[in-house]
Design a protein around this ligand. Structure first.
Ligand SMILES: *Cc1c(COP(=O)(O)O)cnc(C)c1O
Length: 393
């Protein structure tokens, strides 16, 4: 079993490009060029320079002493929360804006739910002086006012999607419509390992810097370049894909993916895609997604906006089906408690998304010499109000 993408854009049975014919030219242009461009020397140099000097990479691999002692294992945190803009998402938007420039594009579109990807996109557009349009559901614009303000401050134009449930999937539809109408000058930046081929592979490659750095960092501290466990939260799956990337075919490493159980897997209000999902097509790729018997996509729920997605990327569907990764879903309450625990045991306030991953420490048993690496995908500043209201601090 191999976990790299195949020539047709599939991971096992999942992936591909299920798109309207009108989008063929756009997606084909990307598919034909992305591997060649991103492996060129000058692209690599510019990408790595920006990751170092603008994003702040390499991010530390931090040994969490107090957590390690309490849970009787060697626990490391990969500190993506220390990236510029506060999460891993910027690794991908830097890569895609450089690619867009090489393809001669001078206009960027994106869609966003919680606003985190919109902010990361607006940031790199400001950096490059490129026009930026972000589609966002009208309801999400109301719910995520601080991120809307950030995008505007950064010079992006935020356009409200007013159809359907006025949330992420409606924003996605608007972005796709825009791209169909502007095939020559516009690049569409997708924010996770989702969407039609080549997006899942392209985004995973840009995020793979996470596991690339771990190889060197772990070798220095532990004398070997692989851990026993890798653990990450999964919304669409980009921070997880970056953490797993260089270890996917190294079976000494066990992989754990953590999804949001929301108010409980059986509550009807969750985002536990692996537990509840069936094969289907979302956002142009074949994957696992939560749907009704007649194939309508179910509205997902999680207290964390970044995990509130009804599908997972095709790589993760394959990791789940082939049992390469263990999938665990964590309810809101446990994730929120872990937000406090990590803050007060390590002095690190995590994003609520990130806090989900740590909650597996309560139920899983490890050996004292096991090396665990948690991806600390983002910082919790954006979630302070939710934490404060929840705990009545
Ligand atoms: C967006 C986000 C996620 C979820 O997205 P993935 O593509 O699954 O990584 C997780 N953590 C943080 C901090 C985020 O901003």
């Amino acid at each position: 079993m191999n976990y790299n993408i195949d020539k047709k854009g599939y991971y096992g049975n999942f992936g591909g490009a299920f798109i309207p014919e009108m989008l063929y030219p756009n997606v084909t242009e990307l598919k034909k060029n992305y591997l060649k461009i991103i492996s060129e020397k000058d692209f690599q140099k510019e990408f790595n320079d920006l990751l170092e000097k603008y994003v702040g990479r390499p991010t530390p691999l931090y040994f969490a002493k107090r957590l390690s002692k309490k849970y009787n294992a060697k626990i490391y945190l990969k500190r993506e929360d220390l990236c510029h803009t506060g999460a891993h998402k910027i690794n991908n938007t830097i890569g895609q804006i450089l690619l867009a420039k090489k393809l001669g594009k001078n206009r960027i579109i994106a869609e966003t739910g919680a606003g985190q990807h919109g902010v990361a996109t607006a940031t790199v557009c400001a950096l490059m002086g490129i026009e930026c349009i972000v589609y966002m559901g009208e309801l999400d614009i109301k719910r995520q006012a601080p991120n809307v303000a950030r995008m505007k401050m950064l010079g992006a134009k935020v356009i409200a999607a007013k159809s359907g449930s006025k949330t992420l999937k409606d924003a996605t539809n608007e972005a796709i419509r825009d791209w169909i109408n502007n095939p020559v000058d516009t690049h569409y930046i997708i924010g996770s390992v989702v969407g039609p081929h080549p997006y899942p592979d392209m985004v995973a490659r840009f995020q793979s810097v996470i596991s690339e750095e771990i190889k060197t960092q772990l070798k220095e501290t532990e004398g070997r370049d692989y851990p026993d466990y890798l653990i990450a939260c999964v919304g669409g799956g980009s921070n997880a894909a970056g953490l797993y990337y260089h270890y996917l075919n190294d079976f000494r490493v066990r992989i754990i993916a953590v999804e949001a159980a929301g108010k409980g897997i059986d509550s009807g209000e969750s985002a536990a895609t692996s537990a509840l999902g069936k094969e289907g097509i979302i956002h142009g790729s074949k994957t696992l997604l939560m749907q009704t018997i007649d194939g309508q996509i179910t509205e997902p729920y999680s207290i964390s906006a970044g995990l509130d997605y009804p599908g997972v990327g095709p790589l993760h569907a394959h990791l789940y089906r082939s049992k390469r990764a263990e999938f665990i879903s964590i309810p809101d309450q446990e994730a929120m408690d872990w937000g406090l625990t990590l803050s007060q045991m390590e002095g690190i306030i995590p994003a609520i998304e990130t806090a989900h991953a740590f909650a597996i420490l309560e139920s899983k048993q490890f050996k004292p010499n096991d090396i665990l690496i948690f991806n600390c995908s983002g910082r919790g500043d954006k979630d302070l109000e939710t934490f404060i209201n929840y705990f009545k601090l």
